[in-house]
Design a protein around this ligand. Structure first.
Ligand code: FE2
Length: 173
């Protein structure tokens, strides 16, 4: 009897009431959970480069990447909580992140500073594009609240792309 209670609790619905409907909850939650996995993966990659960057511009690059990592990390909680507000469930583990992430990890022993900047620029550009796709899903369901959050995060991602682009320019360009 006891184990049956535990099982019931495990399968108890976590559906938050929301008048956008179950299709909106399902579609937007799925898109946001993918985005959340990408955000965690990009956060860790940005920290990885922050920790391992080297060379004459160390201080500049090290600080820039820390600032960007903080900004990326700050989006994670609002994304997950949006999913819960919509009645969906969100990520529960690093394992789940690794199965869902579309951002590629970089576990190379050494990456040149300019390659780091170029790779992150590309990743952030893709993240902005995926946020725009998620925005389209929100529009289809009339979810203006998630759309409005995404608009801010798209602008932030585009700012990161701008900084990574300018910082990574070589003198000839
Ligand atoms: Fe640090």
């Amino acid at each position: 009897m006891k184990s049956r209670d535990a099982k019931t609790r495990r399968t108890a619905p976590l559906e938050t009431p929301n008048d956008l409907g179950s299709a909106a909850s399902k579609d937007i939650s799925a898109a946001l959970n993918l985005l959340l996995a990408d955000v965690f993966a990009l956060y860790l990659k940005t920290k990885n480069f922050h920790w391992h960057v080297s060379g004459p511009h160390f201080r500049d690059y090290h600080l820039l990447l820390d600032e960007q990592a903080d900004q990326i990390y700050a989006t994670s909680d609002p994304i997950a909580e949006r999913v819960r507000k919509l009645g969906g469930t969100t990520l529960r583990s690093i394992g789940q992140i690794s199965r869902l992430q579309r951002v590629m990890d970089n576990e190379a022993d050494y990456v040149t500073p300019l390659d780091m900047l170029a790779e992150l620029r590309e990743d952030n550009q893709q993240l902005a594009a995926r946020m725009r796709q998620t925005h389209n899903v929100c529009d289809e369901h009339g979810d203006v609240a998630t759309a409005s959050l995404l608009e801010v995060w798209i602008d932030e991602a585009e700012r990161r792309v701008w900084f990574l682009y300018e910082t990574g320019r070589t003198p000839k360009e």
